[in-house]
Design a protein around this ligand. Structure first.
Ligand code: ZN
Length: 278
C-alpha cells in the first residue's frame, strides 16, 4: 500500500511581505481563504501566524487567531495549527502571551524547543517555558508540533517525552535552512531524522530554494512535508509563487508521482492522534 503523506501549508509566517510577493496574505480573511484553498489543493494542516491586516507587520492578537480558527472550521475539517512562536514579542509577560492561542483549543500548536539566533534576532525558548507550554497543550488537548531547528532541540524533545509531557505519537517538524539553525542538506536531514524517538511522525520544511529539494527527500524517505509562503515565496528561481495553494498543488502532484498517497484531514487526524472538532 502506498504510504500516506500529510501536507502542511504554512500560510504567511511573520517574515514575507507583500512587497516581496503580493500574494502573501495579511488579514484574517486573506489567511482563512488561503488556508481553505490549500485544503482544496491537498493540504491537511494549516499553520497559522497573524499579521496586521494593513501593514502586514507580525501581530499576536488573539482575536485574529480566533477569527481564522473559526473561519477555517466553518468551511472544512482541516487541522488548524496556531503558532506559539511570537519571536518578535518582547517584555516580561511574553511567555504567557505566547500560550494564548492554546486556550482557543485549536487542533495543534507549534512548540519551539531550544533558544537560537533566528535570522536577525535571538529566538528565546527557555527550558521551563517549553515544559510549561507542553503541559498547557496537553491540558487543553492540543497536539504539539515540535519544531526542531537543530539537533539539540531533538534531545530536549526526548526529555519532554520521558517526562510524559508529549503524548504519543510525537509529531516533529524538522526545520532545515533557517538562518542560523541547521543548514539544509541531505546529510543534515538524515542526521536529524536518525535522532528522532521511535514511533515519531515527522515532517520536513526547507527554507527558500531548499524547500523543493528537502520536501522531495522527505517524500522519498517516508516523511510528511510542509510548504507555503512562511518558508518560501518562489515557485522556482526568479518566478514568484502565485498562491500557497499553487505550492500545495505541486507538492501533492510530486508526492503522488513518487508513490505517496496524500491524505485528507480526517486521515491525518488518525495518523497524529487528533480528535475531530465537535
Ligand atoms: Zn510558523
Amino acid at each position: 500500500m502506498e504510504k500516506e503523506i500529510i501536507i502542511t501549508a504554512a500560510i504567511s509566517g511573520s517574515r514575507p511581505m507583500k512587497t516581496m510577493n503580493p500574494a502573501v496574505p495579511y488579514s484574517p480573511k486573506e489567511i482563512t481563504d488561503s488556508a481553505v484553498a490549500c485544503f482544496k489543493a491537498g493540504a491537511a494542516i494549516a499553520h497559522i501566524h497573524v499579521r496586521d491586516p494593513i501593514s502586514g507587520v507580525p501581530e499576536f492578537k488573539i482575536e485574529y487567531f480566533k477569527e481564522i480558527l473559526e473561519g477555517i472550521r466553518e468551511k472544512c475539517d482541516m487541522i488548524v495549527n496556531l503558532t506559539t512562536s511570537g519571536s518578535f514579542l518582547e517584555g516580561p509577560g511574553v511567555g504567557q502571551q505566547r500560550l494564548q492561542p492554546v486556550f482557543l483549543k485549536p487542533d495543534m500548536c507549534s512548540l519551539d524547543l531550544g533558544s537560537m539566533n533566528f535570522f536577525d534576532r535571538a529566538f528565546i525558548n527557555p527550558p521551563d517555558w517549553a515544559e510549561k507550554a507542553a503541559k498547557c497543550m496537553m491540558e487543553n488537548d492540543v497536539k504539539p508540533e515540535v519544531e526542531v531547528f537543530d539537533v539539540g532541540h531533538i534531545y530536549q524533545a526526548h526529555d519532554l517525552i520521558q517526562k510524559g509531557l508529549i503524548k504519543p505519537p510525537p509529531y516533529f517538524q524538522i526545520c532545515l535552512g533557517v538562518k542560523w539553525g541547521i543548514q539544509a542538506s541531505a546529510e543534515n536531514f538524515l542526521f536529524m531524522k536518525s535522532k528522532l524517538p521511535p514511533g515519531a511522525e515527522w515532517s520536513v520544511l526547507g527554507v527558500g530554494k531548499d524547500q523543493l529539494p528537502m520536501i522531495t527527500l522527505a517524500m522519498l524517505l517516508g516523511g510528511h512535508v510542509r510548504v507555503g509562503f512562511e518558508d518560501n515565496i518562489y515557485l522556482k528561481q526568479g518566478v514568484l509563487a502565485s498562491s500557497n495553494a499553487q505550492m500545495v498543488e505541486r507538492a501533492a502532484d510530486l508526492a503522488e508521482r513518487l508513490g505517496r498517497r496524500v491524505v485528507t484531514p480526517g486521515e491525518a487526524r488518525r495518523i497524529l492522534g487528533i480528535k475531530t472538532p465537535t
